[in-house]
Design a binder for this molecule. Structure first.
Ligand code: SF4
Ligand code: SF4
Ligand code: FES
Length: 245
């Protein structure tokens, strides 16, 4: 975690931002290491702007993902000063320091620098069958009443950034834990009144590595960039399972 040095202001509201970025090139490095870059920056700049500036003007080999730049695609999640977050949603002024330690998301294998392999994350996500399972379509639309729809308002904001799963201490210790992001996606269908496979969806999570592995650390909820009450959603499914015993 970086120290608490206050942002070093320069004329024109600029500051010197010190970026310590974890580097790792599997073709030549045995171990990851940190490389430091100093930038003249504005407090309103996003962490993503700084990474881009470093890549475009200092070291074109720096590897990280991003796409939309506006908190929609979920691709630029990294660990910033010890907390998983989207680089495009965090501004320098959100931190009371001018030092930024940037690491890849924990709990996933590192491919290069800040790029992690999310294959397993998506494998587990797909195992939740993230689509509506319902019989033949009715003549008109499938009806969903506003109350039922309300139940899904929060979880449908999930952009699969993987911050929650990366931050979860249980995922770190138990790679077989299904993880919070997959559970949030399962919630989206379990509580969709139009879905006809609810019993099987609940059963799939009713196991030691399903919802019961969650021990309420709340880290997932703390880091979610979409303010989804991830732990609440997991506990809601636990409650639903209890009701079905
Ligand atoms: S609440 Fe559960 S899923 Fe979220 S971080 Fe804690 S243990 Fe992990
Ligand atoms: S629940 Fe939040 S933190 Fe987890 S994947 Fe979805 S958006 Fe990201
Ligand atoms: S770049 Fe798409 S969410 Fe940040």
């Amino acid at each position: 975690m970086a120290g608490k040095a206050m942002p070093q202001q320069m004329g024109n509201h600029e500051m010197i931002a010190v970026f310590k970025i974890q580097r790792f090139d599997p073709e030549k490095d045995k171990e990851p290491y940190f490389q430091t870059f100093e930038l003249e920056a504005e407090p309103e700049m996003r962490i993503l702007d700084c990474l881009n500036q470093i890549k475009w003007t200092r070291d074109g080999t720096l590897a990280y993902r991003w796409s939309c730049g506006h908190g929609v695609c979920g691709s630029d999640a990294v660990r910033i000063n010890g907390r998983c977050a989207l680089a495009c949603k965090r501004l320098l002024k959100h931190y009371d320091t001018n030092e930024f330690v940037i690491e890849p998301l924990p709990n996933f294998p590192v491919q290069k620098d800040l790029l992690v392999d999310l294959s397993k994350f998506y494998e587990v996500y797909h195992s939740m069958r993230p689509y509506l399972i319902a019989g033949a379509p009715p003549e008109k639309e499938r009806v969903q009443n506003p109350e039922d729809r309300k139940m899904l308002d929060e979880v449908i904001r999930c952009i699969l950034c993987a911050c929650c799963t990366a931050a979860c201490p249980v995922t770190g210790e138990n790679p077989d834990f299904v993880g919070p992001a997959a559970i949030v996606r399962a919630f989206r269908y379990i509580f969709d009144a139009r879905d006809e496979d609810r019993p099987a969806r609940l059963k799939a999570l009713d196991r030691p590595n399903g919802v019961w592995a969650c021990v309420n650390h709340f880290e997932c909820t703390r880091v979610c960039p979409k303010d989804i009450r991830v732990t609440w959603s997991i506990n809601r499914i636990k409650r639903e399972l209890g009701n079905h015993k």
